[in-house]
Design a protein around this ligand. Structure first.
Ligand SMILES: *Cc1c(COP(=O)(O)O)cnc(C)c1O
Length: 248
C-alpha cells in the first residue's frame, strides 16, 4: 500500500469515527481532497483510489490541473479568494465555488454560469471572526451579512445556492466556532431550504466540524503530506524542514 493510500484510509476512518460519535451516517460527510500546491500526478494517484472531489484555492492552478486531468471524471471545487475576472473560467470547469462572500462576485459567477449554460453551485463563505469577535481576515462575509447575501444569490439565474463554508478562526477552539456556523446555516435554510451543504473542517479540526454538522470536509495535509509528492511511492521522500505544504 502506498503512503497516499494509507493516508486516504486514515482520513476516511477519522471521518467515519467522527460521524458515528456524532450519531450521524458517515455517508452524509463528503471528503474534499485539497490538492493546492500538489502536482496533477498526485491528484491522478488519489483519483485512482476512488477520490473524485478535489479543491484548489488559486484559479490559475485549478485551470492548469483540470486541463491536465481532463480525461478523469473529477469534480472540482474552488475554495480560495476568487477574482471576478476568473469567474468565467471557473464556471466552464463546472467547479463548485465555496468562497462567495459578496454580491458582485455572485453576479459575475451567475453571468458566467449563464454563458456556460451550466449553473454554478456556490457556497457562501462566512468569516467566523477572531478571538475578540472582530473579523478574522481569512475571507468570508460577516455573519450578520450572510442572510442578505443568501437572498441576493438565490434570485440570480446562473448560480445555485448550496450552503455555507468557513475556516475555523485562529486562536480559538474550533468547536464553538463551527457551532455558530451551524446555527447560521440553520437560519439561512429557513428561507433557502436548498442550502443544505456545510463545508467546514480541515486536517486539524475535521472531527469538530463533523460534530457540528459538516457535510463536506476539506482535507489537504493529512492526505497529501506536508510537501508535494513526486510519485505515489512517496514513502521514500524525507520531509524538508520548514517546507510545510509549500512546493519547491
Ligand atoms: C488549504 C485549505 C484547506 C486544507 O487545509 P489542510 O490543513 O491542509 O487540511 C481547507 N480549506 C481551505 C479554504 C484551504 O485553503
Amino acid at each position: 500500500m502506498t503512503g497516499l493510500e494509507q493516508r486516504l484510509r486514515a482520513v476516511r476512518a477519522r471521518i467515519e469515527a467522527a460521524a458515528r460519535a456524532a450519531g450521524r451516517d458517515p455517508a452524509t460527510v463528503a471528503l474534499l481532497a485539497v490538492s493546492k500546491t500538489w502536482p496533477a500526478a498526485d491528484v491522478r494517484a488519489l483519483a485512482a483510489l476512488g477520490q473524485a472531489d478535489f479543491g484548489e484555492n488559486r484559479a490559475q492552478e485549478l485551470i492548469g490541473k483540470a486541463g491536465e486531468l481532463a480525461d478523469l471524471p473529477l469534480r472540482w471545487h474552488f475554495i480560495g479568494q476568487l477574482q471576478r475576472n476568473k469567474a468565467a473560467a471557473v464556471a466552464r470547469l463546472g467547479a463548485v465555488v465555496h468562497s462567495v462572500d459578496r454580491t458582485p462576485l455572485a453576479q459575475a459567477l451567475s453571468r458566467a454560469g449563464e454563458a456556460a449554460q451550466r449553473p454554478v453551485d456556490v457556497l457562501l463563505q462566512v468569516d467566523l471572526g477572531g478571538p475578540e469577535g472582530e473579523l478574522g481576515g481569512r475571507g468570508g462575509a460577516a455573519p450578520a451579512d450572510v442572510p442578505g447575501l443568501a437572498d441576493d444569490v438565490a434570485v440570480l439565474p446562473g448560480i445555485r445556492l448550496r450552503g455555507l463554508m468557513a475556516v475555523a478562526p485562529r486562536g480559538e477552539e474550533p468547536g464553538p466556532a463551527f457551532a455558530r456556523l451551524a446555527e447560521l446555516a440553520a437560519r439561512v435554510r429557513v428561507d433557502h431550504p436548498e442550502a443544505v451543504e456545510l463545508s467546514a473542517g480541515m486536517s486539524g479540526d475535521l472531527e469538530e466540524a463533523v460534530a457540528a454538522g459538516a457535510t463536506i470536509v476539506r482535507v489537504g495535509t493529512a492526505l497529501f503530506g506536508s510537501r508535494p509528492l513526486i510519485s505515489p511511492q512517496d514513502t521514500r521522500v524525507t520531509p524538508v524542514p520548514g517546507a510545510s505544504g509549500a512546493p519547491e
